[in-house]
Design a protein around this ligand. Sequence first.
Ligand code: A3P
Length: 296
Amino acid sequence: MELKLEDMKKLMEKLEPVPQPEWDGISYPSFIPFREKGAEKVMQDIMDFKSRESDIILATHSKSGTHWGYEIIQMLLRNTTELEKGVKTNSMLEGIGDLSSLDSTPSPRILDTHCKFKYLPKQHIENRNKIVHIIRNPKDVCVSFYHHALKDNLVNFNGSWNDFYELWMSGKLVYGAWYNYELEMEQAEKDFPGMIYTCFYEDIKQEPVKEIKKLADFLEVECSATHIEDVAKATSFKNMQEKKFDITQIFDGKGFIYRKGEIGDWKNYFTVAQNEQFDIQFNEKMKDSNLKLTFA
Ligand code: A3P
């Protein structure tokens, strides 16, 4: 799809602020489909979406490295090291008004969403089609989300770090609480063995070649060791920050997806008291989880 950036900027400028759309106890960014169809219909359309056997769904909690994962997957599937000209948003299920527009996308399609597991296309799950899930240290997710929310006009937030931290702790942010998302994913991995491949942001950052190879194996893509190394280089933070088109420039003129790309930025934001309170909530919410997260 050819992107008409100037038209999109004008459209965004014209959009009136609206309350955050909400359905089933979860609020969402006020993307155009939510304004036009309402949140219930958006979610229903996603659940009813006709999946193809070759579809890959990239399922992440917001700010966990979705753009990065998308680029790695597209390079593996298409045997290329070129950054895709289009943007991930073109395949974001909750951002597309008419999902039948994806009918013309050649297979294998990469679809992405931040919606919880229970709202994913039913047919995709029934057929046990592939899902790639990236998980990231929630403290870094929180900081990354704070910066995103400050600049994204479709998320109603205009406060301080402390305000954002309180919102996170209340679980009332768009897409719902991180814990609910990740616990549901963990359960889904048990319920549907082999369907979901979970990778950790921190692992990909530290050992990209090893992690990309594991992902290629899950995707059943055969590629040489050299290709894997080239994909790792092409999807490095530096390369993507410099060269990848960033649709969020429609909001601030510069774009804010490729912000810092580091492990541990939370240490620059959390106070000692916030960190302690976060750990208490984390340990309580995740007490039955087997997830091993790195809080570096
Ligand atoms: P920061 O805000 O901490 O920099 P999402 O794509 O899910 O919105 O996640 C965005 C986060 O992933 C941002 O984190 C962004 O910098 C980081 N990111 C994007 N591309 C990356 C890459 N190639 N390597 C490492 N991190 C990347």
